[in-house]
Design a protein around this ligand. Sequence first.
Ligand code: F3S
Length: 386
Amino acid sequence: MKLNPEQESILKGDNGRVMAMAMETVVKYGEAFGAKKLVPIKSAHLAGTFGIGPYRAYIQVLRQIVSEGLRVKVPTTVNPKPGYDLNFINRHIVFTNQQSLEQLLTAIGITPNYSCVCYEKANVPSFGDRLAWAESSAVQFANSVLGARTNRNSILIDVCCAITGFTPEFGYLLDAHRRGQILVKLNIKKMDAPALGYVLGRKVVDKVPVIEHYPFTRIELKNMGGSMAASGGVAMFHVEGLTPEAPDMKTVFDGPPMETITVTQEDLDALRIRKSEMSGIVIFGCPQMTYEETLAIAERFVNKRVEIPTWFCLAPDELTLFKAHYLYGKTLDAGITVSQDCPLAAFSMRLNRKRIITPSGKMLYYLKGVNYGTEDDCLRACGVLQ
Ligand code: F3S
């Protein structure tokens, strides 16, 4: 890899031992993927916000960074908190390092957004910006919907990029890897975007799918992408005539597609919960709910009362807006719990072993004891829709 004089000097140790180690990590990461150079980044997003025991090495690295007084070089947002104080188990057994982790993140200068939908307000990239983000759902949205450029970085790589301000140029930073690979045809009567994302992730694994035109909303793109990035290793998708790098099929593909697949209504419906399984806890918001998404769902609970525990999980800045809206009170009146944590982390340990019902394909993929339902299925489970 060819480094410029500034990068060489950091690697040599001119900015201290820890900065040199961070640069060495970034360089080795790039070399492993055949990168020829490092490029400056506009922002970073860190996924390491759960203070669990196995993150000891991560916390040790953050301590070293803080001990040399280093701070992030670019605006750097962070993923949600994990519901540390939700119950006894989370506080005393699972997330025992939470407070020290948050202190360290503050000390290196992160923006304390604590949200995986950072691209909505706290960290909004422009088309073509090069980033070093972790968090698969945010990476997916940045690449696919905003046309920014980031690989699916891991925890620690994201930190090393944030404090050096550089990332290796390979993968989704390069035009060649952003082109469509698999053409996706839809034979669907009723769209269920998270289910479509889940099915596509399983089918295309790590390729770049191009979905034939469908007028997805921004909320649907978010929830479809989050599911796809979990059930597969997908970091980017296109929708013909909708996402910025897919104005038409000819432009998005570099020649004929590798493969054409068709997703049917039966594929989507196969994921759905049966009526007899509709008991447990209903959770909306993975990826976390945005303000607009929350208002649309909250409307459906007005003057009703949930029959089983029901949670809305919003990004903190979106929750601030929601609290000022009359629907916030209505939501509480309906018996809904409103949280700003990551529900997947918060509910990873459940003493009562209650099943979760959710319209999130990401929770379905990662968590045991989860049933998937469309938004209407979830409302039926709550008892507010017949
Ligand atoms: Fe976000 Fe947590 Fe789901 S980080 S995408 S709410 S797993």
